[in-house]
Write a protein that binds this ligand. Structure first.
Ligand code: SAH
Length: 347
């Protein structure tokens, strides 16, 4: 019977209020508890100091709070922090705090492992074990917000769904977490400070547009040529660039929000002028900017960062065509916290 207790954070505020009414209490008690669970991120019923001891005991008899635990925290020489996060069923995911002069960004995971098969990504080697629940995503954000206040004297400012997993393959839970993060009853953050990064699931990009979430969208493009993209991101066979383009056009027509393309230039894979030209053509479909990101080697060594003259060639060609491009340096490499390295060693 004990194990059958329900995770209290799976309840909506209304359900919680109804529960209290059914227990002969006021619906307002539900509002108070809801505030403890989300706004104050309580991990124990005993933290709820304005709730009577009897009520807390009643809650303990009926529910659990399946909170995460930061199992191991590693700090990089550049200030980046990686949290190994233990879930209630002992599975582990990772999240990263990335500080700059003015911002703290949380890079959070959406799944344990990943169902996609990007050949250059460490998480893809893990396979997908399960989706994260909304509260497990929310807790990662809260943990990083706390670390930001503790180590950098400021609250968290931005969130990117660029940790483990494909957020659009766990759409409902990711959106529920976003709702909690942006709600004044949760963290009250602006959705404009949240970026969902996807490898490009056309149907779900359209759904995201329809749902008017007001978040920012990033797409891990890495090649604008089907024959190349399918080789490095095999699901491109099912969701080819034509479908991605159509979904992105739909996204922009609905949201008017510029898309960011993430792109790595690899030696002998996508480092020719033809590859760069294909990217320039793709960039003309929808207002966008390009982040040329550095490759973080994963252990099997099949991919190598192209020499800087290839990246320069891309940058040049994009700029000459009026496309905004930034070259991003990796953070937290020394602790395997950089993009695509999550689960490299801790799995
Ligand atoms: N599934 C989502 C989010 C997770 S990956 C997505 O694909 O966007 C987050 C970013 O890291 C993506 O842009 C991805 O392409 C990039 N990435 C994956 N492996 C990498 C590696 N080894 N080095 C650098 N970036 C990598």
């Amino acid at each position: 019977m004990k194990d059958k207790k329900k995770d209290i954070r799976a309840l909506t505020k209304e359900q919680l209020q109804k529960f209290f009414v059914s227990e002969g209490d006021k619906s307002f008690r539900g509002t108070q508890v809801y505030e403890w669970l989300w706004n104050k991120a309580a991990h124990s019923f005993d933290d709820m100091t304005n709730i009577s001891k009897e009520t807390r005991q009643m809650l303990k008899d009926n529910f659990v709070i399946n909170h995460i635990r930061v199992d191991r925290m590693q700090r990089s020489s550049d200030g980046t922090i990686k949290n190994a996060v233990k879930l209630h069923d002992s599975l582990t995911v990772e999240s990263v705090l990335i500080p700059t002069k003015t911002r703290t960004t949380a890079c959070v995971s959406s799944q344990v492992g990943c169902s996609l098969d990007c050949q250059f990504c460490a998480t893809a080697k893990l396979k997908r074990m399960r989706n994260l629940n909304p509260d497990e995503i929310y807790d990662q954000v809260v943990a990083i917000d706390n670390e930001s206040r503790l180590y950098f004297d400021r609250p968290l400012s931005n969130i990117v769904f660029m940790g483990m997993g494909e957020p659009l393959m766990n759409y409902n839970n990711v959106m529920k977490a976003v709702e909690k993060i942006t709600s004044p009853e949760g963290l009250g953050m602006s959705p404009k400070r949240i970026t969902i990064s996807t490898s490009g699931v056309p149907k779900m990009i359209k759904k995201l547009a329809d749902d008017e979430a007001k978040i920012k969208l990033a797409v891990s493009l890495h090649s604008a040529r089907n024959e190349v993209r399918t080789q490095i991101m095999p699901f491109n066979e099912t969701f080819p660039l034509e479908d991605l383009r159509e979904a992105l056009e739909y996204w922009y027509s609905k949201t008017k929000s510029r898309i960011t393309y993430e792109y790595i230039v690899w030696k002998d894979i996508n480092d020719t002028r033809e590859d760069a030209q294909a990217l320039v053509r793709f960039c003309k479909y929808v207002p966008c900017k390009v982040n040329l990101i550095e490759y973080n080697p994963i252990d099997d060594g099949n991919f190598q960062q192209a020499p800087s003259k290839a990246t320069d060639m891309y940058q040049d060609m994009l700029e000459r065509n009026g496309i905004t491009v930034t070259v991003r340096r990796s953070r937290g490499k020394d602790i395997d916290a950089a993009c695509g390295q999550l689960a490299n060693k801790s799995a």
